[in-house]
Design a protein around this ligand. Sequence first.
Ligand code: FKS
Ligand code: ZN
Length: 672
Amino acid sequence: MGTALIYDEEMTKYKLLWVDPVCKIEVPERLTVSHQALIKSGLADRCVSVPVREATDEDILLVHSEEYLEAVKKTPYMTLEDLQVFTLKYGDVYFHPNIYHCAKLAAGAALQLVDSVMTGKVRNGMALVRPPGHHSMRSAANGFCVFNNVAIAARYAKQKYDLKRVLIVDWDIHHGQGVQYCFEDDPSVLYFSWHRYEHQKFWPNLRESDYDAVGKDKGVGFNVNVPWNKVGMTNSDFLSIFCHILLPVAYEFCPDLVLVCAGFDSAIGDPEGEMSASPDVFAHLTHLLMNLAGGKLCAVLEGGYNLTSLPQSVCQTVQTLLGDPAPPSANLTGPCRSALETLHCVRSAHLPYWSCLSHAAELPTSDVSTKRAKLTEGKAPQAGEEEKKSAAVAEWPEPPRRVPPPVRTAAVLPDGVACPDRCQRFSSSEDPGPATVRKLRETFFRDANDGGALHTLVTLTALVEKMLKNEVGSGLALVSNVPAALACAARHVAAALNKRVLVVCVGDRMEVIPGTEDGKTVLVQFSSHESDEQKGKYEVPVCLKKGCSDVPGFMQAVLSLLLPLGYEFDPSLVLLVRTAGCEVCDSAWQQLTGLLQGLAQGHTLVLMHEEEKSHVATTVSRLLGDAAPPLGPLRAPLADHMEAVERIRHRLQTEWKLLQTTTTGCGECGES
Ligand code: FKS
Ligand code: ZN
């Protein structure tokens, strides 16, 4: 199943006709450079090209008032002077004789995208549109927006396909207040937006863009605002918000469809956003959303004004939608203080509505605000106390090309186990040489002399090498001796190849575990086995006492512990191990497998016991990048499990900065 790309040159055929310093950045070239970049990179050719259509009056009236629609309808016939006068009724927007036509196409493009995804013609897609939509309101144009493309798409999708829940992720750097107003009392549409705010000093300067605007009436809890109070936010800040707010809430909500207000003014170099996130962060943001709603994701362009970072970011997004492995997640140094304040405020504000946040340390948010006020109003900050954040230098390297490996997924399977479609059966033809064989035998089979098992280890070693050379993407091996296979593969990566390896084990606690002393190996082990040992930074036993059968608790551990740690560690390979007594339900296992594909450029090697062969087909499907099936709305995680996860996060957050959720280092003990 493919990726739709919707674009029509017609939407470049309007522009600002008078002098206006506020509006001059919204130019037709935004669309042409984005589209050209997709063509030049070969990505456009790989997409299913879907034509635009004009949204009908009926479509537009799903969100806008009749009076407003009738007023906009007159603009094609206005003189330049009339247009200027009409424009003055609204904020930060301009009209043009052709903008009504383009606005109908922009909204219609979003609807075509929803139809393509919902009818199963494609899995996901992106619409490159102008004018953008997220600021426009029921009866008002605003912030370059005429009709609210994504809000219309959400109502349309709900109505036409009888959807129960739609998630809107607005990663544009401006607050989509139009979307918020449209759905603030509606619990069927969850709206998430992060935006430059600077304590209301940044446009659109609304009180209701702050974190405490959580929705109204029945929709309370279904509006999530993440205000950035400093510029210069980085990849770490963005990913931290995803791991600790958006993803847990989104998984609990369990949308039937994900719509993205895909603005790229949140990327480095943008004159409006002044943030420092690199274009490849959008690959990760996209990837992290792709296992929700069975992969049904529609991205609709909003802002983005730097004509270099905009096309790069668009390409990263589309390439990820196409299923190519993610780029490395290098240089994640943890969120800044201001981002942590925001994170904490948002989590506290939403703690009454989402059980995944119910253990968010309940430090009164007023404390944070007071501290903040003191910090800003008082004397000049002491050296080192001042935020290091500042607007980024508008120079950054072009994201390296993401080259999909020639073999996407390979499997090492015993004879008699069929190899799934699109997956290559892997067997090593190379002779390992007597020295290697002797070493393997000495290390792993001192007592036994099992030729078959030895051969498996030789094969695994060869497979791991091919994965690290990007000749193979991901892999799966069914083995009889899981601990030996794991130790062999992990040691080979860490010791012989000197690369970082993340080992994730699910199920029975393993007796033989690879050493983590080298700092190249991180071991995260999910099991029901109690362990009070204080392990170091590289060994993380996650004890879910009632077993991993508590899906919400397990997902909490995956989203707020494993993923941030994994992203910060930035391994070259992920070894995902499923042991015989694995209690985690199949759909949670699949989510885990899918989410881990965002690490190590998709180089995951799954090791399973031979008896687990019934899981081969679904696991391979995740490794190939197919979306995992939805888990259903999640109930509250078991309190014990929540506490266990919080305890581990607390223990590790000084070492792994991406695990932090408060500025104090520890919400409960006040330790820094
Ligand atoms: C402050 C002036 C802000 C208006 C900015 C509009 C932003 C529009 C957008 C959209 F996605 F809608 F295009 N002027 N310097 O990027 O959010
Ligand atoms: Zn914007």
